[in-house]
Ligand binder design. Structure first.
Ligand SMILES: [Mg+2]
Length: 212
């Protein structure tokens, strides 16, 4: 399986669509543990990405990712903005000059993106952040890849593990960020950042399934 620049862009447009559909739910989750803006913030960022991708002349997948990074950062200055901007920039560096992506390229993209989030956010697994969805997802992705499975199936596994990790954030006490002030009172609530991460993973897997 190979992905063209157009198919690559379409995957991210589908993510934006799914984020938009879940905008209110994400803000609702954030109202319980934060300032209630997560849905709106993600919507603003992803809608800006869609607009950029529609106008974009980015000839290769790396250029597209770089545009996504800058656009997301400009649209979403705080908190989640720099995290996803870093993710897309890290991923972009691997895809530079590529007009077509192999399955390996896509796997490497996500691994680099998630490493970027981890380094930038300085959070660990169990801290009740988006990494509680991203890290198990990457573990599942690597494992499925080692078992020789195709990309679409690998991303399905990643999305399933991400969703499981996201659901498990309800049990956690937040260790970093705004919600950490709540301490034990945050137990019983999902982490909004993990919830949106899970939406991103699920949408990407859904898009791949449609592409193949
Ligand atoms: Mg917030």
């Amino acid at each position: 399986m190979k992905l063209t620049v157009t198919e690559w862009k379409e995957l991210f447009c589908l993510i934006a669509e799914r984020i938009e559909e879940n905008k209110d739910r994400l803000s609702e989750l954030d109202r319980a543990v934060g300032d209630g803006d997560h849905g709106v913030t993600m919507s603003i960022g992803w809608q800006a990405i869609v607009k950029k991708l529609e106008e974009s002349q980015g000839a290769d997948c790396g250029a597209v990712c770089k545009e996504m990074a800058m656009t997301f950062l400009n649209a979403v200055g705080s908190s989640v903005g720099p995290l996803y901007a870093t993710a897309f920039l890290r991923g972009a560096s691997l895809l530079q000059g590529k007009e077509e992506l192999t399955e390996e390229d896509v796997v490497a993209f996500w691994q680099a993106a998630v490493s970027g989030i981890q380094e930038r956010g300085k959070a660990q697994i169990g801290d009740k952040t988006m990494l509680d969805a991203w890290l198990p997802a990457m573990q599942a992705l690597e494992q499925a890849r080692m078992q020789g499975r195709g990309l679409a199936e690998c991303m399905e596994e990643a999305a399933a593990a991400g969703e499981q990790g996201m659901k498990a954030t309800a049990l956690l006490v937040p260790q970093v960020g705004r919600s950490s002030r709540l301490g034990e009172r945050a137990v019983g609530h999902l982490d909004p950042g993990a919830a949106s991460a899970s939406i991103i993973l699920t949408a990407f897997a859904e898009g791949l399934r449609k592409t193949t």
